[in-house]
Design a protein around this ligand. Structure first.
Ligand SMILES: Cc1ncc(COP(=O)(O)O)c(C=O)c1O
Length: 434
């Protein structure tokens, strides 16, 4: 089978004009600028007055503009008809791709707007294996903390084709060991799939260094990056990562609506891969057995989508770009660091996060009656957190002997008082479980 060789970095793009979104590694190194003030952000966020929301890695509280944008389109659909409302908003839908491209430092024609990160990632995988079917002995390399919904279809493929799924060892800090990855590369490696910020351990993997390693080694493997948890909480620069695909969701740190996501496709992917299955949005049936695939990343989209939700995601992206991804990153890092430091001081509570570069995801184990009960008791007190269980990463949980964890994920609109409240409530629940 002929396999295309990975091209050099894409040329500078139109998005270069937007220097605010440009950042190499997602380091949260402090700048001299003051941290973002959460109060104006809270004034923009209706839910902030209702709950202490430390579940932005689940689904964030949206700013009012996101809710208004989505509802306005739903109203318009009810008033004049769904197709007619879409026709009226067609330029604004196109503008969502422009916003995604600004956010990701890619071009709008590399952006596919879809329903979720899983759909985005699956479309990428389907295109790879439809165009270049896997064969026995082919190898698929994944991060040890790869997201379970990515691992499952890879395991299915391996079972059906005789390909092998192998986890790349972690380095001493718990992130993907890039040197170990380099040592594993050979011409049998067909897919490398890396979750940028895993949902359950606080790590930020160095996806730029991994992209460099693939390129320098001349690997032709398809490089898939799951940026579901990193997009919106830090600058994610597709032009530096050099991945063939980057998938993300709208509802998490981006603060967009549920049911939204996007895929960024590289030029190599757009040239060499054919998505499967096609529909009459991603391709045209030209008669008989003829068809032509749509130009650009539209070929990874399908006809039916919630335009209200996609427009809402566009509003969320514009809101984040206005604040600045680096400013958002610094504030989240400040809050997450406070949580890690102060929760670790509570007797019986252990912070489990790893990685020398950490995300805004904070995970802790708690004493009996355990994490599930803690999440429930916190929610009863108006504090939203979430439960991490082994189904997300069974091997990693088993290696560390962990049954379940409480996950706390602040956002830039989180206040110091909310962090105080979460810490004191957890401390008191540890002493007096309710
Ligand atoms: C790392 C990671 N990847 C992918 C997903 C899936 O996102 P979605 O539910 O939008 O498909 C999640 C969801 O939690 C995630 O944490």
């Amino acid at each position: 089978m002929s396999i295309a060789v990975r091209p050099p970095y894409p040329a500078a793009t139109r998005a270069d004009q937007h220097a605010d979104t440009v950042m190499t590694m997602p380091s949260a190194s402090s700048s001299d600028a003051p941290l973002l003030d959460p109060l104006p952000l809270r004034a923009d966020t209706p839910g902030a007055a209702q709950v202490t929301h430390l579940n932005n890695a689940g689904s964030a509280l949206p700013p009012q503009i996101v809710v208004d944008t989505q509802i306005a389109h739903l109203r318009r659909e009810a008033e004049i008809g769904g197709y007619e409302a879409h026709a009226e908003a067609v330029q604004r839908v196109t503008d969502v791709s422009v916003s995604v491209a600004r956010l990701m430092r890619s071009r709008p024609d590399q952006v596919a707007l879809v329903e979720s990160a899983t759909v985005a990632w699956d479309r990428a995988l389907q295109a790879v294996v439809h165009t270049e079917p896997l064969e026995p002995g082919d190898r698929i390399l994944i991060a040890s903390a790869e997201y379970a919904s990515n691992v499952l279809p890879l395991l299915q493929l391996a079972a059906r084709t005789g390909a092998i799924v192998q986890a790349i060892p972690d380095g001493p800090d718990g992130s993907v060991d890039v040197e170990a990855l380099t040592g594993m590369l050979d011409e049998d490696v067909r897919i490398v799939s890396i979750t940028h910020a895993p949902s359950h351990n606080g790590v930020v993997n160095d996806v730029v260094a991994i992209g460099d390693a693939l390129r320098f080694s001349g690997s032709a493997a398809w490089y898939l990056v799951d940026a579901c948890q990193s997009v919106g909480q830090m600058a994610v620069d597709a032009s530096r990562i050099g991945a063939d695909f980057i998938s993300a969701t709208g509802r998490k740190f981006l603060r967009g609506p549920r049911g939204t996501g996007f895929l960024i496709a590289s030029d190599r992917a757009l040239t060499d891969l054919e998505p499967y299955p096609l529909d009459l949005h991603s391709a045209t049936w030209t008669g008989g057995s003829g068809y032509s695939v749509a130009r650009g990343a539209r070929r990874f989209e399908t006809w039916e989508r919630s335009y209200a939700a996609l427009l809402g995601m566009g509003a969320a992206i514009d809101y984040a770009l206005d604040l600045g991804l680096d400013a958002i990153r610094e504030r989240i890092d400040y809050l997450a660091t406070r949580l890690r430091t102060e929760l670790d001081e509570i007797d019986g509570v252990t912070v489990r996060d790893r990685g020398s570069v950490k995300s805004g995801i904070v995970t802790v184990t708690v004493p009996a009656p355990g994490a599930s009960e803690m999440v429930r008791a916190l929610r009863e007190r108006g504090i939203n957190t979430s439960l991490s269980t082994p189904d997300y990463a069974p091997d990693e949980f088993a290696r560390q002997g962990i049954e379940s964890m409480v996950r706390l994920s602040p956002h830039a609109y989180t206040t110091d008082e909310e962090i105080d409240l979460a810490i004191t409530t957890i401390a008191s629940l540890v002493t007096h479980p309710s």
